[in-house]
Design a protein around this ligand. Sequence first.
Ligand code: GLY
Length: 378
Amino acid sequence: MTAETKLGWVEEAWSKALEKTQKNSRRIGAGFPHASQGGQYELAQPYWWTAGFWPGQLWLLYNESKDESLRALAEDCEEQLDQVLNDYVRLDHDLGFMWTLTSVASYKLLASEVSKVRALKAANFLAARFNLKGSYIRAWNPWYEGEDNRGYAIIDCAMNMPLLFWAAETSGDPRYRHIAEAHMDTVVKHFIRPDGSVYHIVRFDPETGEFLEGIGGQGYAAESAWSRGTAWAIYGLTLAYHHTGKAEYLHTAQKVAHFFLARLPEDHVPHWDFRAPGEERGFRDSSAGACAASGLLLLADKVGETEAPVYREPAIRMLESLYRNYGTWDNDAEEGMILHGTSNYPAGTNIDVPLIYGDFFYVEGLARLKGNGPFYWE
Ligand code: GLY
């Protein structure tokens, strides 16, 4: 494939994503879509971890199109998140996903001071979840009365650390970076197995910091390999390297990337868990493919010229397959852009449906191919 033909499909894919997002925005407005069921995105509450992806997608597309209606909706979503910050009790480690893609995006694109303060507040709540014993950011508060999850940390949180790196760079206060690095060191030490596969949840003793166990979480089993968790690790470790220059993060990102890439099926889009047995593996998770692709494009930029194609070429193949084989461009009855995402197979929720984070990372991957930064995690 020549550079010209690559550019050709990317421009076409970008136009279709813009058109579909503009059409969706007329129904979704400043809502918080999560998964598409029966052709329509179901709207979640603003405190749900996915609240940043729709505004994040609007910002990505606004950045090139300058369609002011997209910007207005992204700003409206960001304002609605104030109630979540103020309520406090619903906050968890996903402050990173939520405020990086709203307030940090708005600050980076428009230098909004109000957005900067919002993102700094969110960073403070996130930093406060750090447990000195065990060196981890606590994932969640109890989901039900009496649940003790004080010792839980999850791989998804690697993607929340960019909010702390941003806060350190923006405020000049290194405490945020120290906390983010300490958490990422824990990721390297306790989440990544020697073969490059990844635990979803690790449980520590919250009083002593002792590693207690790895837990399957949204993966098939404790020792399986949940593909979206693997993608979170590739991208999160690459971003940690981007912000710190620490070689261990880069090498670990490469190790996890090799595990991921070696297990892709013929159409380059991963199954939901690389180690689910037989029929249980059936479903794809296109969101894992989209997230990994965007992360791999950044990883390619971080390694030397000789190694870059090892990550860049499969990332392009994944994005092109999502465009050609998973896209809904000719289907007006489906709001989701990318089919066949799997949110939580063990819980039986949102299996084989479009997911807003699949759409977001697909658009972000295209933006990377077009060189359309800034990217909010960086
Ligand atoms: N827990 C976030 C995710 O589903 O990836």
